[in-house]
Ligand binder design. Structure first.
Ligand code: AR6
Length: 177
């Protein structure tokens, strides 16, 4: 299901691995290895080429710190690229979580812009295993993407991919503001 919005942002409820965009964003962990959740789904659907590039990045720079992002092939995915970013683990909200989550969106969008990627799909980074409250996370996601798009031509399109009803409602509310 897709909700069209009157700008460069789209909201889709479904599986991010099925999105036909230039890049999908992965909610990874700092090892860039052995993930569950959306990470596991992306590696299963995209095949071993993604993991191979993650291992090479790890060998080169020792993984990916919280808030930062790296880019690999999309392997067999419809998306040509995967941007792996590491969201913060929710720890009550006073350990820099909002700023770290904002960095995930900014650094992913920066990589997309640098690589001239036309469209990028984001999952709700940190809102699964990492426990970030969904409403607060949706507010950060929408604010950061809006700010980026207001200042940059690339990416041209951003798709928020929500898995569940609750996130769909929260994103609809944020996007209506
Ligand atoms: N498509 C779109 N969204 C999805 C999908 C999917 N196929 N699967 C899950 N989600 P999570 P995190 C949603 O736990 O909280 C991994 O093991 C899900 O409903 O995948 O950032 C990493 O390696 C939730 O809203 O990521 C890390 O160790 C959102 O994606 C850790 O989990 C994120 O949930 C990262 O935890």
């Amino acid at each position: 299901m897709s909700t069209p919005l009157p700008n460069r942002i789209q909201l889709v409820q479904g599986d991010i691995t099925k999105q036909h965009v230039a890049a999908i964003v992965n909610a990874a962990n700092s090892s860039l290895l052995d993930g569950g959740g959306v990470d596991g789904a992306i590696h299963r659907a995209g095949g071993p080429a993604i993991l191979e590039e993650c291992r090479a990045i790890r060998a080169r720079q020792g993984g990916c710190r919280t808030g930062e992002a790296v880019i690999t092939t999309g392997g067999r995915l419809p998306a040509a690229h995967v941007i792996h970013t590491v969201g913060p683990v929710w720890n009550g909200g006073h350990k820099g979580e909002p700023e770290l989550l904002a960095n995930c969106y900014r650094n992913s969008l920066r990589l997309a812009a640098e690589n001239h990627l036309e469209s990028v799909a984001f999952p709700g980074i940190s809102t699964g295993i990492y426990g970030y409250p969904k409403a607060e996370a949706a507010a950060v996601a929408v604010r950061e993407v809006r700010q980026w798009l207001a200042a940059h031509a690339w990416p041209q399109q951003v798709v928020f991919v929500v898995f569940d009803e609750e996130n769909r409602r929260l994103y609809e509310q944020e996007l209506a503001n």
